[in-house]
Structures are given as structure tokens and as C-alpha cells.
Design a protein around this ligand. Sequence first.
Ligand code: TMP
Length: 207
Amino acid sequence: MTAGKFIVFEGIDGSGKTTQVKLLAQWLEKQGMSVLCTREPGGTDIGNRLRALLLDPSCRDITRRTEAFLYAADRAQHVTEKILPALRRGDTVLCDRFIYSTLAYQGGGRGLDKEFLARLNELATGGLVPDVVILLDLSVEESISRVLGDRLPDRLEAEKSDFFRQVRRGYLEQAAQWPRMFKVVQAGVAVEEVHRSVLVSLEQVLT
Ligand code: TMP
């Protein structure tokens, strides 16, 4: 049993998760709540080493399954070392990515079997699920234009846009599958407006 609330932020790269985690943490702290902000991959020292490996462009030979296992290893360490102790203390935990990233990126994006990934996630987390998932939804075009400005995408960036389309679809399918857990927030508007929508979507969880 845990005392604190567990809130996860998800979304494609560039959807503004990190900014929204910070704004929500500031708001919760103003209400007198004790908050832990953390992220995956890289929420622990071990996890930071795995993150460096996972994001290293020279690790081209990494297989899809190996990649999934490394994200799961990061998660197993993170849940045990950081998330569960904080929830047991009664802290509110804000986590930038969790199991849903694996389902969207390794499942939707890389095409790995969803059942295999669900089992892997279960083993990594011991069955821990959040109270709520805030999905910051952004079109792939908006995400790319945020990153590139007026420049046209090159070949690799164009390939990446197909990948992100699959990832986004993966997220929206999860939101449809677990409508009570997922709150979909439109992320293509001003930061403050997104923050207000996040607060509205958390009303039930925080009262
Ligand atoms: P970040 O940019 O949000 O810090 O995440 C790092 C990258 O890792 C991002 O491209 C998404 C990816 N990722 C996965 O592919 N699977 C996962 O399970 C997680 C947690 C992240």
C-alpha cells in the first residue's frame, strides 16, 4: 500500500512534458505538498548510466528487444529505489515517462509484440500503476516544426516523423483502451494554457 499519489506524464518528444512537470510541481508545493519529480530513463544513478547508453547514437547495433530490456532495467531500479519509497512517505510523485512510453515507442514505434512488452513492464514494476497518466498530445507536424523552425526536414528527420506518427498512434490507442487512467491534454497551445488543462484534468485525483 502507498500513501502518495503517482502522476505520470507521457507524450512524443517535444510535447512539453518536462516544462509541465516543473509547473505542476511548483503549483503542488505552493499548496504545501511534498513532491518528487523524476523521469525515465535516468531517475537513478544506475538509470543515468543506462540512459547514456540508450541515447548514444553510436549504439546503432542495439536490437529492439535489447532496447526494451534496458528501458525495463532502468524502470526496475527506479521503482525500487525512488518511486515506491517516495509514495510510501506520502509524497506526490511526478514522473516524466513510465511503462506507457515502452508500449508507445517499442510497441507502436518499433513494432515489438505488445503482450511481451506488457509482461516486461509488469516484471519491472511489480505491478505498480499510476493514479493518472497525463498524455500531452501534439501532432507530429507541430512537434517537428517546434524542433526545426522553418527548416525542411532532412531524410533522417523525415524517417523520424513516420516513427513519431506510430508512437503517437500508440499513445492514443492506450488512451482509448484505459479511458479512466488517461487524461489527454492538447499540448499545441501556450504553456500556461496547457498547465491550466493539466490542473483541470487532475481535479479528481488531487481532491
Ligand atoms: P526523453 O527525451 O523524454 O528524456 O526520453 C528519452 C527517449 O527515450 C525518448 O526518445 C523516448 C525514449 N523512451 C523509449 O523509447 N522507451 C521508454 O520506455 C522510455 C521511458 C523512453
